[in-house]
Design a protein around this ligand. Structure first.
Ligand SMILES: [Fe+2]
Length: 295
């Protein structure tokens, strides 16, 4: 199971695509009708789809998996009575699978039989998405739900987050204890620490400063720099998230405390809490499909 992509709908898709390709560092893979597909250097055909629309919302966050992984998930979704429907992807890479809406409204898509592409050179390209984080009304309930239904595993719980993995990477998603449901942020995996730092420099060339970072997180141990993109969403340069074994000991909030005035390992930067919170409210989830039986 791998996190592959996020599909966004927004009013100024072209400007968002320009920001992500000209400044952030992604590459334009293809434009189809009203959708811009942006890729990284890795083998996924795209990481972010930007579809022109009247309002901003998340259409889906897409995971790619095998038939063997999808079959029990379909059974669990049906047993749990979650809204879901079979889907044939018309996005780059194709594939078939399901869309599912979690109990609070987050929409995930699971595809099998997707195509990959040849990696491309580019030291300033993201390699892939490393995680997409959701805001949750109740992160505990949603964390437990994705363990039960999607066979994901909670890696760590902190005061602010429930970190969840779907493979050996410490987290591919997380649920923030926000009290509301929306997109929290999209994190791009950069090749190394230098690529993160050069990314911060590129944005500085355009008068953009991090809303938080650079820093190094506790859970996952990854380096980060968060920015509020001109199109409204929070985006992150990240690198080197920990890999964890199957029997990883799930951490509790009391295992992840900081000295006073610290919220990361380095303590280099302030965090723009208000700006980030406002940006996190920009992209909610919108279900434009009817629930259907999965079998
Ligand atoms: Fe992150």
């Amino acid at each position: 199971m791998k996190l592959r992509s996020i599909e966004l709908v927004l009013p100024h898709a072209q400007q968002a695509a320009s920001f992500l390709t000209d400044i952030w560092g992604a590459a334009l893979a293809e434009t189809q009708k009203n959708t811009y597909y942006l890729r990284g250097s890795g083998s996924f055909p795209y990481l972010v789809a930007l579809e022109q629309g009247d309002k901003s919302y998340v259409r889906s966050v897409t995971f790619v998996c095998s038939e063997d992984e999808l079959a029990p998930i379909k059974e669990n979704i049906t047993a749990k009575g979650l809204a879901a429907c079979p889907v044939t992807s018309t996005d780059l890479g194709g594939g078939e699978g399901i869309l599912v809406e979690l109990s609070e409204g987050q929409i995930l898509r699971f595809l099998v039989g997707t195509e990959e592409v040849e990696p491309i050179e580019g030291k300033d390209l993201p390699v892939k998405l490393t995680h997409v984080v959701f805001n949750a009304e109740d992160a505990e309930v949603t964390g437990n739900l994705v363990e039960e239904v999607l066979n994901f595993k909670v890696s760590d719980r902190t005061k602010g987050m429930v970190f969840v993995r779907c493979n050996e990477s410490h987290h591919s998603t997380a649920f923030a204890r926000a009290g509301f449901c929306s997109l929290n942020h999209i994190a791009f995996e950069m090749e190394d620490l230098d690529a993160v730092m050069r990314g911060i420099g590129r944005l500085r060339d355009h008068s953009m400063v991090p809303a938080w970072g650079p820093g190094r997180h506790g859970p996952g141990d990854n380096v980060y720099a968060y920015f509020i993109a001109p199109f409204g969403a929070v985006v992150e340069f990240s690198t080197a998230v920990n890999k964890v074994p199957d029997d990883y000991q799930v951490g509790a909030p009391e295992d992840w405390t900081w000295p006073e005035n610290r919220i990361d390992q380095w303590g280099m930067s302030d965090k723009d809490f208000d700006g980030l919170r406002e940006a996190e409210e920009q992209f909610t989830f919108y279900r434009d499909w009817e629930a259907q039986p999965l079998s």
